[in-house]
Write a protein that binds this ligand. Sequence first.
Ligand code: EPZ
Length: 416
Amino acid sequence: MDALRIRGGKRLKGEWTVQNAKNAALPIMAGAILTEGKTVLRDCPRLSDISDMGEILRTLGCGVHRDGGTLEIDPGGLCGYEMPEELSKRIRSSIFLLGPILARFRRANVSLPGGCEIGLRPIDLHLSGLRQLGVQMEEEGGVIRCDGRNMHPATVHFDYPSVGATENIMLISAVSRGETVITNAACEPEIICLQEFLNEMGADIRGAGSEKIYISGVEKLRKVEYTIISDRIFAATCAAAAACCGGDVLLKNTEPSHMRLMLSMLRDAGCRVNCTDDSVRIRACDRLRGLGKIITAPYPGFPTDAQAPFMSALCTADGTTVFVENIFESRYKHVSELVRMGADIIVDGRLAVITGCNYIQGARVCASDLRGGAALVVAGLSAIGDTVVDGAEHIDRGYEKIERVFECIGATIKRV
Ligand code: EPZ
């Protein structure tokens, strides 16, 4: 079990090239099995979630090779539609393979992936979407047996704009007969990225980024080389750290248009934020101002994944910030650890009230989920004294060598 040791209080100064997006790479890796040809992903971040997804693909018979930042997936050996139970439960992203396996074999057996640290994470919307396409299902002992032999095009409506469920239906419909329309689709940038990737393979998909996505199924998809979009949550985490530690940080390889609301909030809190097409420069003020209410919502609302890192940055703000976490039901596990560092935070259900204090102190804290762990690093960077963040493996799921990122922009942080 790795830990990160941080000596707080250092101003952050310098520049860093932001990694590409984990949440774009994972559904795209699933989409790689929709063709016989190879998929090559350039500048793909080295993250445990991505290597875990690669392990599932290998288990299904695919070749998965990493060469530096390039990830190659060769689905030539794909055999069988049984998703191994142990992997399905251990790796939530395995659910993205449900649609593609059904598209290839017209059959799929998957285990209910189970919950995780931030919530129950049901898959009812994924299954509802597949049923609307005519997939028959029966559940037995935690395994869902899907039969897609009578699949048909349809208008698939989601009661909630689920990111994963939208991606699953895009994936299966890309190579299924006829035109399928998704209504109340998720609008995240990662959805647009998936549409672009599939269309590069020869798919015919339009409307991603809006609530209505049109998919005209094609016979075959071809091999592709592709570079996924920048990771907006990684960039937001670095920006939050720069904002509360003081300093001047330039983030390269970003897509500011994917971060509009988060960047305007950093301006409201007192930072100077300057953007070009592919970079964001954050110059911190002496002390952040509280931001009033921050409500997490589907894109383009405030992203739930940025809630924890922003909360850490606002612990020492001048004023109060109230978070309303509308997306996941237990995404405040980092709060108790921030309170141990001296933060003044009260949680009541989906509300977290942060009353800014003059400083927080270093402590030994424990990460219990990906974004909460990153938030503890942000807090440690701004705290007075030393912080040790246990459970760094949670952070490594979504942040490539987080200690190297912050060390390069002036922090004192080591993996121990
Ligand atoms: C994706 O998860 C991201 N993961 C999450 O990032 C992100 O927080 C989330 O979208 C929201 O933006 C990946 O892309 C790999 P949802 P996903 O389906 O697809 C409920 C991170 O830290 N729901 O939009 O699971 C669900 O429980 C991760 O990088 C159902 O009820 O998100 C949640 O409350 C965490 N039934 C809400 O909807 C379903 O069938 C949003 O889920 C599916 C979801």
